[in-house]
Design a protein around this ligand. Structure first.
Ligand code: TEU
Length: 573
């Protein structure tokens, strides 16, 4: 048995169907179009797709305001198209997970419409009401600068309703057992339509106590276990990937001490500190974040990412640290958002510097967990800061040099394609990069292929290696009789470092480079590696006969001495 839990070592690609590929010429991407691009995704090597919301919606928050959980928004196709799509993905060995947005609905949802118009409706208690304007209603807004309050007056209901996000997204009363039952029903429905799980939106808010009397919302973690149980019963290999931007001290509450809650969580702690580390060319904050998020049950996994469809949220950094990241990656006010983040895409943040983009990607692929790529980042796509809020980084996929980047035949795509400047589709597109052997696309494809051959990252235990240089980050993973080492230079100038891989025996004397011919032999037990500016190395410890040495179980007695045994992670908080 090598890899029984698919998500422990997956490569996840997130996309939104409306901006991927339009097959019918109406200017909006659809499932038929996405299906035609599955071969591209298979070629890239991703093993799972995370689909942003595609259900019926008035689209005031890019689909995160759902008005019918059981239908595909007609602009994207039909339920039939959706099932054709999950089937076609399955045929290519690609799993599909979808967003589960159940903290709130759209205010256009029939549940809310009935709740507001009839106090005796069974749906009234599906939302969160107050007769008087609750105190502290201006606190706890998620979109500061755009959103003013978390309670709004509804003139039909003649009461105030709670909304953690925008005004048009009334919160569901998730403590109501009927609402909880409905959430499970929604999950059951989409599992039946062929998905392998859910990226669960805004989890801390879903499980928080809500109401006018609530001073400090408390998380009801039991809800997570019930969701997990349902999922496992209905489809044993389906998962939840939780969006929970929480402090490390509560991570285990989300995973469950016995691995009985969320299968995966995005590692926001590492994400923010990774950008801080890149900004200062200093690996220490990254190392600290990795240590803080080390504990997790064996069956749980981190989702490691660089950028997603939201702003790069730096809210967990100190003001000074955040200022440093702003200065380096988003100095202009137009690049920043909600007083805490940067709304740009990855490539422009890194000034289009290919070396630095590779460095960032190489880090993401080799951090403990499963990498999650944002569509278009494999091409180095840019952003359009003319578009409001987070829309700047949600422009259509750039396929070719055809009009509108080959995204649509319509003269009016729903969101404009980036068509000028260095990131315009004439310069940045999949068709050209496919032909160019050294393109970012082909580089990413090779990296993904190699990443899939290094299960040690997803399954193993890690050890940070001392390099004597804060700008060079070295990490080793051990799993089933094999070890791998990754070295990254966060600085723009060359660095020479020497390190001890920390393993006994002859094998430790040889590091085989997995990406080039430049191997390393130790002298006096130390490896000396000269890294170019922003350089990186992927090494296997010992020879390339590692597959002959791999054990089919983790053998405690044979595990490398001198390293920590895979921790008793479960016991540790
Ligand atoms: O975001 C939820 C969410 O909690 C984030 O906005 C988070 O608060 C922020 O990054 C701080 O960590 C999700 C979606 O990703 C976003 O696009 C939606 O607008 C939002 O939910 C509302 O559904």
């Amino acid at each position: 048995m090598i890899n029984d839990l698919w998500y422990k070592n997956a490569v996840i690609y997130c996309l939104s169907v409306g901006t991927y590929m339009d097959s019918n010429g109406d200017g909006v991407g659809d499932f038929e179009g996405l299906m035609r691009r599955l071969d591209y995704l298979q070629g890239l090597g991703v093993t799972a797709i995370w689909l942003m919301p595609f259900q019926c919606s008035p689209h005031r928050d890019d689909g995160y305001d759902i008005s019918n959980y059981y239908e595909v928004d007609p602009r994207y196709g039909t339920l039939g198209d959706f099932v054709e799509f999950t089937h076609a993905a399955d045929q290519r060995g690609i799993r599909v997970i979808i967003d589960l947005v159940v903290n709130h609905t759209s205010d256009q949802h029939p549940w809310f419409q009935q709740a507001r118009s009839d106090p005796h409706s069974k749906y009234r208690d599906w939302y969160v009401w107050a007769k008087k304007r609750p105190p502290r209603s201006s606190q706890g807004v998620v979109f500061p600068g755009v959103q003013k309050t978390t309670w709004s007056y509804d003139s039909q209901a003649r009461e105030w309703y709670f909304h953690r996000f925008y005004k048009f997204q009334p919160d569901l009363n998730t403590a109501n057992p009927h609402v909880q039952a409905e959430i499970l029903k929604i999950m059951g429905f989409w599992l039946q339509a062929g998905v392998s799980g859910f990226r669960m939106d805004a989890v801390p808010f879903v499980i928080a106590t809500k109401g006018a009397a609530v001073r400090r919302p408390a998380e009801q973690y039991d809800m997570l276990r019930r969701i997990r149980e349902f999922l496992q019963w209905r489809k044993g290999d389906s998962i939840i990937l939780a969006e929970a931007n929480v402090l490390p001290k509560t991570d285990m509450e989300y995973f469950g001490r016995d691995g009985d809650r969320m299968h995966m969580m995005f590692n926001f702690q590492v994400n923010q500190n990774l950008f801080y580390a890149l900004a200062g060319s200093d690996a220490r904050p990254l190392i600290a974040a990795l240590r803080k998020t080390r504990s997790r049950p064996d069956t749980a996994q981190w989702g490691q990412f660089l950028r997603n469809h939201d702003e790069l949220d730096l809210g967990r950094l100190s003001e000074q640290q955040r200022a440093k990241v702003f200065e380096e990656f988003g100095p202009e006010p137009a690049m920043q958002l909600y007083r805490r983040g940067i709304r740009r895409r990855l490539a422009p943040m890194l000034a289009g510097d290919r070396r630095r983009i590779e460095l960032a990607y190489s880090l993401m692929f080799t951090l403990p967990g499963t990498p999650v790529i944002r569509y278009g980042d494999e091409l180095g796509m840019g952003d359009d800061l003319e578009l409001p809020e987070r829309n700047c980084a949600r422009t259509p996929m750039q396929w070719s040099t055809e009009p509108h980047a080959g995204f649509t035949k319509s003269p009016k795509p729903v969101t404009p394609v980036i068509s000028s400047g260095p990131y315009g589709y004439e310069h940045v597109n999949a068709a050209q990069q496919r032909r160019e052997p050294s393109s970012l696309l082909n580089w990413t494809e090779r990296l993904i292929r190699m990443r899939k051959e290094v299960p040690e990252i997803g399954w193993g235990d890690f050890q940070v290696l001392a390099t004597g240089d804060d700008s060079v980050f070295a990490i080793r993973y051990d799993w089933r009789n094999n070890s791998v080492v990754f070295v990254h230079n966060l600085r723009s100038t060359p660095r020479e470092v020497s390190f001890d891989v920390g393993l006994p025996g002859e094998d430790a004397g040889l590091l085989v480079n997995l990406l080039s011919e430049d191997h390393s032999r130790a002298s006096d037990g130390r490896h000396r590696v000269l890294l170019e500016g922003y350089g990186y190395r992927w090494f296997r410890v010992g020879g390339l006969d590692y597959l002959l040495k791999r054990s089919s179980i983790q053998e405690p007695a044979k595990a490398h001495q001198g390293t920590r045994r895979p921790r008793a992670r479960r016991r540790k908080a």
